[in-house]
Design a protein around this ligand. Structure first.
Ligand code: AHR
Length: 519
C-alpha cells in the first residue's frame, strides 16, 4: 500500500514538473518538454532582424570602421580587418549616424572634398566631429559590407528641409540641385536608401531638440510627407519611446505617435538596454519579460491605431537599439567589455524577437565596433567579444518562418513578477530545406534541464546539429590576443528517436541551437 502511494506521489510530482506547475528544487531533476508543429507559424523571420548600428560616438567610426592612414586600412581609410569580421557578422541593415548624435548632425557638413569639410563641436557626446566620414563614405561602406543602409534624420535640432534634401541627395535620379551635388562628389547613380528614421529618442530629455509626444508627432508627420514626396518608395521609422521611467509616459508617447503618423510610417522604433547590476544571472536573463512586454504593448497600440481604418497601413516594430549596457555607462566612451553571460543575453533578445516575428521586422544591435560592441579594435588589430558568436549564429542558423512552439519547463520567479520558465525558447523553420532550428537558453545558474523534444508534423531524422555556448565562468571575457576562450562548440549527434521525438539535456547557463531535419 505504502509502495503504491509513493509511486502515485512520484507520478504526480513528475506530471506537475512537466507542466511547469511547481518550481524545481535543488534535489529534483528538472523535466521539460518542447513540442514543435511546423503548421503553427508566427510570421516571417525578417532578414532585417540581424541589423546593427554605427554612431559617431567614441571610436565606433573613427578608429573603428574608418582609420585614415592606418596600415590596416585601404587607401580610402576603411579598416580592412574590421570589414572582414563585419562581413562575417552578416549585418543585414546598418543604422547611421546616430543615436543621440543624429539630433545635432548637419549632413551637409559631411559631403564634398574632405579637407574642406568643417570641424564642429559635437554636443551629444561632448566631442569634436571632423566630418571626414559622411553620407557617401557611409553608403560606400554599406556596399562593401553587403548591408542595407538605414539613415536616421535629425528631428532634434534639424529642419524638415534638411531631411528632404538628404533624401534628394541620396535617391534622386533626375538633375536636381542635390542630386547633382552627389554626382559632383563622385556618385552618378542614386544610392537608393530605402530606410529612414524620423529622428532618435526624441522623448528623452537628454536628446538635443527633445519634444513632447504631440510636438514630435506633428513635426515628424510633416517631415514624413516632405520626404515621401521626394521619394515615395522609402520606408519610414518613427521614434518610439525609449524613456521607460514612467509607464504612462512611454505608452502615451507610442500611442500619440502611432495615431498621428499611422498613414505615413512603416515602423515604430523601440530601444532597450539591459543590465546585470545585481550580479544575479537568473534575474538578468529574466529581462525577456520586459522586452516581451514592450513588444506586446506596442503591438497592441499599433492594432489600436489601425482599428476602424478601412485600409490600415501595415506598421511594424523596429527594435533599432538593443544590447547589454551598464558598466561603461559614462566612461571610456562606452567601451563595454562583454563576458560570457552577456553572450547568453544575445540569445534571449533574439528569442523575444522571433517569438513576435509577426510584428518585429527589424532589429539593430547597438553598436558594431568599440562602442558597446562585439568587435574591439586598437591600432594593431582587433578582438572579438563573446557576444560576437551568438550574433553570427542566430543570423546564420535560422529558418525564414518563426514557429509557435509549446514549452513546459520548471519555472522561477523574480520578485513579484509572474513565474517564468528556465528554458527560454524560440523556433524557426525552413520549408525548402525541411530544417527546424530550436533555440534554447537555459537560464538556470546550476540546473541542467533534461528535455523531451517532440515533433508533430513530418518525420524527424535522427541526425541533430548542435551549436552550444557555455563556459564555467560567467564573467569570462576576451581581450587583444586572447579571444578564443568563450567560443561556441558544434557537434552532430544521433538522437535516439521514439514517437517522432527525442531527449536532450540543456546544460545550466547555456545557449543552444539544435538543427533538426525532417524526412
Ligand atoms: O547607443 C548609445 C545611445 O543610446 C544612442 O546614441 C542613443 O540613441 C541611446 O540612448
Amino acid at each position: 500500500m505504502r509502495k503504491s502511494m509513493t509511486r502515485l506521489l512520484a507520478v504526480i510530482i513528475a506530471a506537475c514538473l512537466l507542466l511547469g506547475a511547481v518550481p524545481a528544487t535543488e534535489s529534483q531533476t528538472p523535466q521539460a518538454r518542447i513540442k514543435i508543429d511546423i503548421d503553427r507559424t508566427i510570421g516571417e523571420v525578417h532578414p532585417n532582424l540581424f541589423g546593427n548600428f554605427a554612431e559617431h560616438l567614441g571610436r565606433m567610426i573613427y578608429g573603428g570602421i574608418y582609420e585614415e592612414g592606418s596600415p590596416l586600412s585601404d587607401k580610402d581609410g576603411y579598416r580592412q580587418d574590421v570589414l572582414q569580421v563585419v562581413r562575417q557578422l552578416n549585418v543585414s541593415i546598418l543604422r547611421w549616424p546616430g543615436g543621440n548624435f543624429a539630433s545635432g548632425y548637419n549632413w551637409k557638413d559631411g559631403i564634398g572634398p574632405k579637407d574642406q569639410r568643417p570641424v564642429r563641436p559635437e554636443l551629444a557626446w561632448n566631442d569634436l566631429e571632423s566630418n571626414r566620414f559622411g553620407t557617401d563614405e557611409f553608403l560606400k561602406y554599406c556596399e562593401m559590407a553587403g548591408t542595407e543602409p538605414y539613415i536616421c534624420i535629425n528631428l532634434g535640432l534639424g529642419t524638415i528641409d534638411d531631411a528632404r534634401h538628404w533624401v534628394e541627395y541620396c535617391n534622386e535620379s533626375r538633375h536636381t540641385y542635390w542630386a547633382d551635388q552627389r554626382r559632383r562628389n563622385g556618385r552618378e547613380q542614386p544610392w537608393n536608401v530605402k530606410y529612414w528614421a524620423l529622428g532618435n529618442e526624441i522623448d528623452g530629455p537628454w536628446q538635443l531638440g527633445h519634444k513632447n509626444a504631440e510636438d514630435y508627432s506633428k513635426f515628424a508627420l510633416e517631415a514624413a510627407k516632405a520626404m515621401r514626396s521626394v521619394d515615395p518608395n522609402i520606408k519610414l521609422i518613427a521614434s518610439g519611446s525609449s524613456n521607460y521611467g514612467s509607464n504612462a509616459d512611454w505608452i502615451h508617447w507610442n500611442s500619440t505617435v502611432l495615431n498621428t503618423l499611422r498613414n505615413q510610417i512603416d515602423y515604430i522604433a523601440l530601444h532597450t538596454y539591459i543590465n546585470n547590476r545585481d550580479n544575479d544571472l537568473e534575474k538578468f536573463l529574466a529581462w525577456s519579460q520586459t522586452i516581451d512586454n514592450y513588444i506586446d504593448v506596442t503591438a497592441g497600440l499599433i492594432k489600436q491605431a489601425q482599428s476602424g481604418q478601412p485600409n490600415p497601413r501595415p506598421i511594424f516594430i523596429a527594435y533599432d537599439e538593443w544590447n547589454v549596457w551598464y558598466r561603461a555607462f559614462n566612461r571610456e566612451k562606452l567601451e563595454e567589455v562583454y563576458n560570457f553571460e552577456d553572450a547568453l543575453a544575445m540569445g534571449m533578445f533574439f528569442n523575444s524577437f522571433f517569438r513576435r516575428a509577426d510584428v518585429v521586422k527589424m532589429a539593430n544591435l547597438a553598436q558594431m565596433v568599440n562602442v558597446i560592441a562585439p568587435i574591439m579594435t586598437n591600432k594593431q588589430g582587433l578582438f572579438l567579444q563573446p557576444i560576437y558568436f551568438p550574433l553570427v549564429e542566430f543570423s546564420r542558423q535560422r529558418g525564414n518562418q518563426s514557429l509557435d512552439v509549446f514549452v513546459s519547463a520548471p519555472t522561477y520567479k523574480v520578485g513579484n513578477r509572474p513565474a517564468l520558465r528556465y528554458l527560454d525558447v524560440s523556433t524557426t523553420y525552413n520549408a525548402a530545406g525541411k530544417t527546424i532550428y530550436v533555440n534554447v537558453l537555459n537560464r538556470s545558474k546550476d540546473k541542467d534541464i533534461a528535455t523531451r523534444i517532440d515533433n508533430q508534423e513530418g518525420e524527424l531524422l535522427g541526425e541533430v546539429g548542435v551549436w552550444e555556448m557555455n563556459h564555467p565562468d560567467l564573467k569570462a571575457t576576451h581581450t587583444f590576443g586572447d579571444d578564443k576562450k568563450v567560443r561556441p562548440v558544434t557537434r552532430t549527434i544521433s538522437a535516439s528517436l521514439s514517437n517522432n521525438g527525442f531527449s536532450y539535456t540543456f546544460p545550466a547557463h547555456s545557449l543552444t541551437i539544435l538543427r533538426l531535419r525532417l524526412k
